[in-house]
Design a protein around this ligand. Structure first.
Ligand SMILES: [Zn+2]
Length: 385
């Protein structure tokens, strides 16, 4: 039994449980089981908190910190131009927030604040501010954010009621108390100030359900409920501009916001959440059986991203992994969990199986386009049962 982090209702039954290790969003393994709960009351899905959560974000979680220009590729345009994730986030943020001239904008849980830096480059009239629960990022802020506009660990009392707008990108899914988090930002905004939140949309990105440090998996219904509970009126809820994620803009209300619940949305969210849990349960059971089939034999894993890493975490003790195969040239020649990442064409001749670690909705088409992976003596093992 556990309490829903959004509506406070009791969640009686586990929807999904699998033994340790669990995979984090930064592709590390931690020695805890994965447990997912789905709330009937509001359509929220949640996982247990990870141990030592404060230390994990303070000193353990250095996303994109080691390489100055590291950014994830969001899309490749028809003409070959690469669109980076933070460029897309910055453009979406500018469009959604529609900031007034000279606005004070806070990036809450900013990390390196790449998105804010790009918003500021396009809107040099604004006053950028940053807050994070780690001091690791200060070197990335210095030089373009005034020292008194930077805060770590705690937000200064003087910032209450200060901001025209706040944005928080891909933070709230990590937070143990999401309502407290939203209320904390409410306090920092001026009356009528705007909050932009982004977070994974698990319904469009089922892999998110098993990410250990994503303790919240919002649905549209639980997101609306959380914002109302935190004192905000939803202005825009965008589930399409950033595939696999929600971008929502909400306005600070001075009076309590009615926490209405759309029964259809809640039911859809619960059904989808349980369906995703069922997918992972079936996949984990099937994978365990295939790992046993290939016990002690050589195999490669296709994909060094989330799905491939998750497969690794499930089969590493049974199967002799030779390599991860990945098409992304930025990942090739790297070492992932102690194994080389190589181009798919370079798969070793003695590998007897290839475990396909791709989004199951896209895996068969992607592998179908690689004839060199279809050869006698190499069995393809798919994630879906
Ligand atoms: Zn709930």
């Amino acid at each position: 039994m556990t309490a829903c982090r959004v509506c406070g209702g009791e969640i009686a039954a586990l929807a999904y449980e699998t033994p340790a290790p669990a995979l984090t969003s930064i592709m590390t393994l931690i020695d805890v089981p994965t447990r997912v709960y789905v709330c009937d009351g509001c359509g929220h899905a949640q996982c247990d908190e990870i141990p030592d959560i404060e230390a994990f974000y303070d000193t353990g979680y250095r996303i994109s910190l080691n390489s100055k220009d590291h950014d994830q590729i969001f899309a490749v345009k028809a003409d070959g131009t690469i669109v980076y994730r933070t460029d897309h986030q910055a453009e979406l943020s500018r469009n959604l927030l529609d900031l007034p001239h000279g606005a004070k904008l806070l990036d809450y849980g900013a990390a390196k604040a790449d998105t804010l830096r790009k918003v500021f480059a396009a809107r040099p009239d604004i006053e950028p501010h940053v807050f994070d629960v780690s001091a690791d990022y200060a070197p990335a802020w210095d030089g373009w954010i005034a020292p008194d506009a930077q805060a770590t660990y705690e937000v200064p009392e003087a910032w209450s009621g200060r901001f025209d707008a706040a944005m928080s990108h891909f933070v709230i899914e990590h937070v143990a108390d999401p309502i407290g988090f939203i209320r904390g930002i409410h306090k920092l905004l001026k009356p009528g100030g705007a909050l932009l939140l982004s977070m994974p949309d698990v319904s469009a990105n089922p892999g998110d359900m098993t990410v250990a440090d994503h303790v919240n998996h919002f649905s549209e219904s639980s997101l609306r409920r959380a914002l109302a509970a935190g004192g905000f009126e939803v202005a825009t809820l965008d589930a399409t501009s950033f595939p696999g994620a929600f971008f929502v803009v909400a306005i600070r209300s001075e009076t309590p916001v009615k926490q209405e619940q759309d029964a259809t949305l809640v039911r859809q969210a619960v059904e989808r959440g349980l369906e995703i849990c069922e997918f992972w349960r079936t996949s984990a059971a099937a994978l365990e059986k295939r790992a046993d089939d290939f016990r002690g034999r050589k195999a490669a894993i296709y994909g060094a991203g989330f799905y491939g890493s998750w497969i690794f975490s499930r089969i590493r003790n049974e199967v002799a992994i030779t390599a991860f195969l990945d098409q992304n040239p930025n990942m090739q020649n790297a070492v992932h969990f102690g194994h080389p990442v190589i181009a798919p064409t370079a798969i070793a001749d003695d590998a007897e199986a290839l475990f396909v670690g791709l989004n199951p909705l896209k895996a068969r088409t992607a592998i179908g386009n690689m004839p060199y992976l279809h050869k006698p003596g190499l069995e393809l093992v798919w994630l879906e049962a």
